[in-house]
Design a protein around this ligand. Structure first.
Ligand code: ATP
Ligand code: MG
Length: 231
């Protein structure tokens, strides 16, 4: 049986329970062998924003996935020079995992922006796409996006909640438990020194608090941490 490999890319600034639960449900529903979390090393969409260093985001991911033998952490985007483009990441995953079936997990907010991504059409031939619900999103909306932006030959299979194409990979809509959690919200709460309990794993909340991450009054310490980790 070929390896069924899930890939969840993101900035993960920080990772939270919305990411972890959606990945867990995708793994269970689609019978994936593992899910690789791929933090963006140089996110093309977030260049204006200040984000924590790759090493700090990586460490937070390590804490968050600890104890789940099927969750892995991938430094693929660190190893690819230049901006972190999903198409390059998936090409590299294909090369490193010959014979594996790839499932690219993406939240519906990001899915509907994929037409702005670098060489986006190729993504649809490199991996099956699994659209994770964050907000209301229907199979019709996913179909019309795929037809309008990628190929007119996509057809919906409503019974299976899939969108199929004669040559390209299948697009799945996952009925995951919707958790309205975002990293943006977590950064706002952390900046005010408020509780992050039940939004991120406890060990990660502890780490964010101990290091004053996202605290405006701890900006120096936070930058210092990033610098130390950058070596
Ligand atoms: P930010 O608020 O900084 O944009 P975020 O919470 O959206 O952060 P990202 O790192 O941007 O987190 O997301 C990585 C991927 O995970 C994206 O595909 C995103 O749509 C998806 N995702 C993020 N949060 C959730 C959630 N609560 N449920 C399902 N998918 C999610
Ligand atoms: Mg986001």
């Amino acid at each position: 049986m070929p390896l069924r490999l899930g890939i969840l890319g993101g900035t993960f600034d920080p990772v939270h329970l919305g990411h972890l639960r959606a990945a867990e449900e995708a793994m269970e529903t689609l019978g994936l062998d593992e899910v690789d979390f791929v933090p963006a090393a140089h996110p093309p969409h977030k260049t204006q924003k200040k984000i924590l260093s790759f090493e700090t985001r990586w460490h937070m991911l390590q804490l968050a996935i600890f104890g789940n033998p099927r969750f892995r952490l991938s430094d693929m985007e660190l190893r690819i020079p230049g901006k972190s483009y999903t198409v390059n990441t998936l090409r590299r995953f294909r090369k490193c995992n010959p014979g594996a079936e790839l499932f690219f997990l993406v939240g519906c907010d990001a899915f509907f922006e994929m037409n702005t991504w670098y060489h986006f059409a190729e993504i649809f031939s490199l991996a099956s796409i699994v659209v994770l619900c964050r907000a209301e999103c229907s199979l019709e909306q996913i179909l019309s996006f795929a037809v309008g932006n990628v190929s007119g030959l996509y057809e919906a299979d409503y019974a299976k909640c899939q969108i199929r194409h004669p040559q390209l990979c299948t697009i799945y809509k996952l009925f995951n438990t919707r958790l309205d959690i975002s990293s943006t919200r977590i950064r706002e709460l952390a900046a005010q020194g408020r509780s992050l309990r039940y939004l991120v794993p406890d060990n990660l909340w502890g780490y964010i608090g101990e290091n004053g991450l996202y605290r405006k009054d701890c900006e120096g310490a936070h930058l210092e941490l990033a610098r130390n980790c950058d070596g």
